[in-house]
Design a protein around this ligand. Sequence first.
Ligand SMILES: Nc1nc2c(ncn2[C@@H]2O[C@H](COP(=O)(O)OP(=O)(O)OP(=O)(O)O)[C@@H](O)[C@H]2O)c(=O)[nH]1
Ligand SMILES: [Mg+2]
Length: 356
Amino acid sequence: MSWLDPDDDLDDEFEDFDESSIRTRPNPKANRPRTKRRPAHEDAEIGRVLGVDRGRYSVMLDEGGSDERVITTTRARELRRTPIVTGDQARVVGDTSGVVGTLARIVGLDPRASLLRRSADDTDQVERVIVANADQMLIVVAAADPEPRPRLVDRYLVAALDAGIRPLLVVTKTDLADPAPFLAHFAGLDLRVFTSERDEMPVDEIGEALIGHSTVFVGHSGVGKSTLVNALVPSAGRATGHVNQVTGRGRHTSSSTVSLRYETPAGTGWVIDTPGVRSFGLGHVDPSHILAAFTELAEIAENCPRGCTHLADAPDCALIEAADRGELGAAELARLDSLQRLLQTFSDKAEGRDAK
Ligand SMILES: Nc1nc2c(ncn2[C@@H]2O[C@H](COP(=O)(O)OP(=O)(O)OP(=O)(O)O)[C@@H](O)[C@H]2O)c(=O)[nH]1
Ligand SMILES: [Mg+2]
């Protein structure tokens, strides 16, 4: 067969190839990429992406049904630029039996209800998409070992509020230090706080808050995220690590993000364990989303000048004026303080200060 034979009709033969197999042909009319055949995939099944490991995605099909199974999949070529993450609802085709050794294909993703991501920053040049469709974020902080960092918590709060995810806070290792001074930072927020001790984690109380939700666990390495996940989901078997006594740092024991089902007779929920991070870039965040999360303050701020930062030095800020006139109660003042701190976090980022 010759490439120069103009009568040769190669279309059928190459029907299943994508652009990488297109070659230059002598007939100028034929010398353009063919429209790629995109099957409709009407037979696709939809399932929850549980985790990703070296290009293979585990997907749960028929969740909660009689044919529930976890299958291994790869992504179709047309999705090669689309991040697929834990929590995505993926459309899969091919061998979806789940039999060992079979590999199905993800051909599309359903629209996401939420997307948690962090921007590139000075410690990590890549923007990361962390989890899709989570509606809660459990921020895990240790009272000591490693030392709690309110500014990292602020960053998580900003990311959660921006993504429309409800934040919760748990303080672990209260056997090592009193968490009260740290918790005082967050007094002005609508933030449910759980505290735990090594042998006395309020597992049932936390578990109750997980039912009916998809909750992503975040926090610095070594704070006890996987320990907590194992207490909640005994079958999880997540590896846990030690905190280096010299540096006070965790060892980044968990290297991947996985979804695990929390199951009790009272109901089920999804827990997503993530690897610890050192920093959390916020370049993608829209500050107006932060203000919107403070409903009563957002109403007052409608009278602010355009582009008002609401920070302490902002001219004619309606919030600051209301505070100066004594129109805000103690709770509102505390919330204004928290709001300003979160907005300051964002403005520090804009000016390239304090990536931690
Ligand atoms: N004293 C004390 N130690 C705890 C508590 N919770 C967890 N730890 C210990 O803290 C260490 C780190 O716990 P991990 O669960 O691996 O922490 P992680 O947040 O998952 O860490 P990465 O996976 O590295 O992000 C382990 O040695 C745990 O046993 C607690 O409440 N009190
Ligand atoms: Mg871990």
